[in-house]
Design a protein around this ligand. Structure first.
Ligand SMILES: C=C(O[C@@H]1C=C(C(=O)O)C=C[C@H]1O)C(=O)O
Length: 360
């Protein structure tokens, strides 16, 4: 059709929408049949399969020809799978709240919007909630590109039996959100002290002399802003959505690469997706060369180590627990061989989890 009219184009979109909707429902019925198939194989089955979801997202990206970007189609399919899974089994996800935190945004990015979210006040509460089975999974921050590791999260693994089932990276974009009409009407800016620090230059330039108030979280700051239009909060898009606030200025962070990584914790062992990583927790005797001898088999078996973090063991002074990330799944031949040797050299080795590399 040469130069179709607006009316013709809209009719075409209506026809396409009808097909998309029918296909979505066909996919959803298929997912319901998958649930039956899983149940007949094993009555105690888990319906959520992160390794399969990662594979679906990888295929979506690989076959994408635009004009929608790979990220955009992956995000759409993330939501489709979320809705399909909810028909099989609605998931409850505990996260570090209150509502409107970046952890909430990370939870929604990873699981999609068709889950039941449960905001909790502290990292250890999230672990306890999942351990008790009151939530299926938990989402907690683990490191920030500026601030470094979130020690509290790492320390939880020393005592918790939970496993890592996935991770999510989130670019931290700070928004100035408020009910104020304009910057001039803002009398104070509320946020977590880290967010205030990360937007210092912007605040100096755009809101000089305006009071800055540190509060317990950016979600709490947004809640306060929703009750008083003289207050602006620094928080996420999710917080603006949750509390019905307008965004007066976007992406006001001084460092545009500010990124936080979150862990998804649960009691599920995740199968191989073909593009995975494995997190280990190890301790060694406090003696010369111990750490080298521990990691030597990792390199000899051609396994690539991408990260190492140490924390006091809390058992005795100057004794450390190492958190090590390697590429691959624990069932991969090379990783399994390295782990077998590592076990004989470490005083304690725990595989915290093998999980798909983030596809979002
Ligand atoms: C449909 C399935 O169950 C769930 C839903 C998925 C989907 O919608 O594609 C993928 C994995 C599972 O979390 C499946 O395992 O294939």
């Amino acid at each position: 059709m040469a130069n179709p009219t607006l009316d013709q184009l809209r009719k075409h979109i209506d026809a396409l929408d009808e097909k998309i909707q029918a296909l979505l429902n066909e996919r959803a019925s298929c997912a319901q049949q998958v649930a039956e198939a899983k149940r007949s194989e094993d009555p105690d089955t888990v319906f959520y399969r992160p390794e399969r979801e990662a594979e679906v997202l990888r295929m979506v990206r690989e076959r994408n020809n635009g004009p929608l970007s790979d990220d955009e189609v992956a995000r759409l399919f993330r939501e489709i799978m979320s809705a399909c899974l909810a028909l099989e089994q609605p998931l409850t996800i505990a996260y570090l709240g209150p509502e409107g935190t970046y952890t909430q945004e990370a939870a929604l990015k990873h699981f999609g919007h068709s889950v039941q979210l449960k905001p909790l006040a502290a990292i250890d509460e999230i672990f306890r909630e999942v351990e008790a089975g009151s939530a299926d999974f938990g989402v907690v921050p683990v490191e920030n590109s500026i601030e470094g590791a979130i020690n509290h999260t790492l320390d939880m693994f020393i005592r918790s039996p939970l496993k890592i089932c996935g991770d999510v990276e989130l670019r931290i974009h700070h928004q100035l959100i408020t009910n104020s009409e304009s910057l001039a009407a803002v009398k104070s800016v509320h946020a977590h002290q880290q967010a205030l620090a990360q937007c210092r230059e912007w605040l100096d330039a755009n809101l000089p002399g305006v009071e800055r108030v540190a509060v317990s979280s950016n979600g709490e700051a947004a809640r306060q802003a929703s009750e008083d239009s003289a207050i602006a909060a620094i928080a996420s898009d999710a917080a603006a959505e949750t509390y019905g606030l307008d965004t007066l200025a976007s992406n006001i962070e001084d460092d545009p690469n500010n990124t936080t990584r979150f862990l998804v914790v649960g009691d599920q062992s995740v199968g191989s997706s073909g593009n995975d990583k494995t997190t280990l927790m190890v301790t060694v005797q406090n003696e010369a060369g111990a750490l080298y001898s521990l990691l030597e088999p990792v390199s000899r078996h051609g396994v690539s180590m991408t990260k190492i973090e140490s924390r006091p063991s809390r058992m005795s002074k100057w004794d450390y627990v190492f958190f090590v990330d390697v590429e691959g799944h624990r069932d991969d031949e090379s990783v399994a061989a390295a782990l077998k040797e590592l076990e004989t050299r470490a005083s304690m080795l725990k595989v915290l989890g093998s999980y798909p590399k983030c596809e979002l």
